[in-house]
Structure formats: C-alpha cells, structure tokens
Write a protein that binds this ligand. Structure first.
Ligand code: CA
Length: 221
C-alpha cells in the first residue's frame, strides 16, 4: 500500500514517513500543496495524508482538486487545531477522515487501516484468504495457524495479494503500490521477492505466476 504524505513541516513529515515505512507501507512525501496535487494526479496512491495548512495550496483546495477529477482515493486530513469549523471544512471538501495534531502514531495507523479496509474484510486488522491469515496490527502472517516468517517487504507484498484474492496483479501494479516512486523498474527485485515469498509457503501453489502478466493469489487450490 502506497501512501502520499503531504506535510510541509520537515520534522513532522520525517516522523510520519519513518513510522509508516516501519509499518510496512511505501511512502512518498510532498512538502507543499502544489506538489501534493501534482503527485496525486500523476500516481495511483492507496491513501493520502493531507495537512490542512500548507504553502502554495492549502489542504482543503488540494482535496477539492482531487475530488474534482473524480479520484476516490481515501484522504485523511491532518489539522493543527481541533475546531469544529476546520473539521467540517475538511470533510466538506471531500476528506474521509481527519486527525488532530499532535496525535498518537498508533491512532494514525488505526485510521489508515480502517480506510484501507476492503469490503470483504470483516475487521480492518485481519485478512483471510484460503489457508492464509494476516494480522495487520500484530504484523503476523500464518498458514494453517503456522507462522510464516516474512521480511517487512514480503509482508507488504503478501498483504497486497491478500487484499485482492484471485486477481492477477501485474509487476507494474506491485511496483506502484508496494515499492515507492524511486523504484527502478528494470531490476528483477519483484520476481526475487516473490520467489523468496513462495519458498516460505507450505503450499506455494496458491501463489501462481501468470506468464507474461504477473501473479495471482488463489483462494482455493
Ligand atoms: Ca502545515
């Protein structure tokens, strides 16, 4: 899952980006409203964290621009003041949720998981496909109740497949959503990661290679 963080305060931006990376997300920072709007237009992010007070273009206007183009990406607005006026303004401009600074990082992560929940998910913290289960909160993946020992990147890749069972996921899609904007498309890092991931599964047949197209996680074998 790839998150755009639009925040002009370098210290806060670094803090958020580092925490999100540790939680397994791919992260791209933007430092003013114009940059945020440009990046959100040119790239398919899974979620946008948007500061309200920004240079060049404020959060409300960035949000309105994104919605004007019909993009349904979840947007969580970060506001410095907890005034009803700011909250209403943010939600009216098309944000899905808001969070008042300063916030506990755990709460930010919970709000993000809640926004990224797919309709089929019972809880925002758990994914279940076939014999596989992922606890996103505790960062634990299991196959028939046995723990699969995944690296942070493998966990992110597997979670992406778990959210889209039986769908063919192309390498381009994986690069966009699991790696970040500086990803070098001509390397074989995706195939290598998938090979490692598959070796860790007791039933690797669930994770199919679709020749010339990409990969697919089956819900049945
Ligand atoms: Ca700001």
């Amino acid at each position: 899952m790839h998150i755009l963080v639009v925040e002009d305060e370098p210290k806060i931006s670094r803090f958020i980006c580092r925490g999100l990376k540790e939680a397994g997300y791919a992260v791209t920072p933007a430092f003013d409203g114009e940059e945020g709007r440009f990046l959100s237009d040119s790239h398919d992010f899974d979620l946008i964290l948007l500061d309200l007070m920004l240079p060049k273009l404020d959060g409300v206007n960035v949000c309105k621009e994104i919605r004007k183009h019909g993009r349904a990406v979840p947007i969580i607005m970060l506001t410095a003041k907890d005034s009803i006026h700011d909250r209403v303004l943010g939600l009216d401009s098309g944000a899905n949720d808001y969070l008042t600074k300063p916030f506990a990082f755990e709460e930010l992560l919970a709000r993000i998981r809640s926004q990224l929940r797919t309709p089929a998910q019972v809880s925002p913290n758990h994914l279940q496909v076939g014999p596989f289960h992922m606890d996103l909160l505790r960062h634990v993946a299991t196959e028939n109740d046995h723990i699969i020992d995944l690296s942070s990147k493998e966990f992110s890749v597997f979670a992406y497949f778990m959210r889209k069972p039986n769908e063919v996921i192309t390498r381009t899609e994986l690069a966009e959503h699991v790696w970040d904007l500086h990803f070098e498309p001509n390397t074989n890092v995706i195939d290598v990661t998938l090979t490692h991931l598959r070796k860790k599964l007791t039933s690797p047949a669930y994770l199919e290679t679709i020749r010339g197209r990409g990969y697919r996680l089956r819900s049945q074998c």
